[in-house]
Design a protein around this ligand. Structure first.
Ligand SMILES: [Zn+2]
Length: 184
């Protein structure tokens, strides 16, 4: 399993709800956490590992040892967005080394199921709220480049071109199927 990069089309698919918990989902969650830590991320969504289901992993401080900061969220939804806004730098494991300011709600209320199938609810602020918004958008095929302002978009142009070239190179080498069209 590995993290797929923009402009892989799976990143633009709408992911399906998880209907059944069990060993398979637990193993996937474990693998996603491992990959997330390996790449020093704070969050990872299943579509980023080419699994089109509504599951995300988070560690709010990005430290594998800090298990109380870690969670696996199944079928997460944001039920409330604050009117107040935060504006800060954001990155994404599907866009290595690309960072840009993105405006987000400062506070969100989130509902999700844990791996035991228990319904969980919480209110999150600042960076934690940013992570939730970013990861849940992945489940709907929305990427942080869609959320950048014009300045962020302009300054990301070159990096995006490079990701696109890398995608075509990988297709040439046969690492990505030749008929799998990129989606921008
Ligand atoms: Zn991301």
């Amino acid at each position: 399993m590995k993290i797929v990069h923009y402009p892989h089309p799976i990143l633009r698919h709408k992911a399906e709800p998880v209907l059944q918990l069990g060993k398979e989902i637990e193993i996937l969650a474990g693998n996603m956490l491992e990959l997330m830590y390996e790449h020093r991320g704070l969050g990872l969504a299943a579509p980023q590992v080419a699994q089109p289901i509504r599951m995300i992993t988070i560690n709010f401080v990005g430290e594998a040892e800090e298990k109380d900061q870690e969670l696996v969220a199944i079928n997460p939804v944001i039920t409330e967005f604050s009117k107040s806004i935060q504006d800060d730098r954001e990155g994404c494991l599907s866009f290595p080394n690309l960072f840009s300011r993105v405006r987000r709600a400062k506070r969100v209320k989130v509902q999700f199921y844990n791996l035991k199938g228990e319904l969980m609810e919480g209110v999150f602020e600042d960076l934690a709220a940013r992570i939730w918004q970013h990861e849940i958008e992945h489940l709907d095929g929305v990427l942080f480049i869609d959320k950048m302002g014009t300045v962020g978009r302009d300054s990301s142009k070159k990096a995006l071109k490079e990701f696109e070239e890398a995608y075509y190179d990988a297709q040439k080498k046969g690492e990505i199927p030749k008929d799998l069209a990129p989606k921008f």
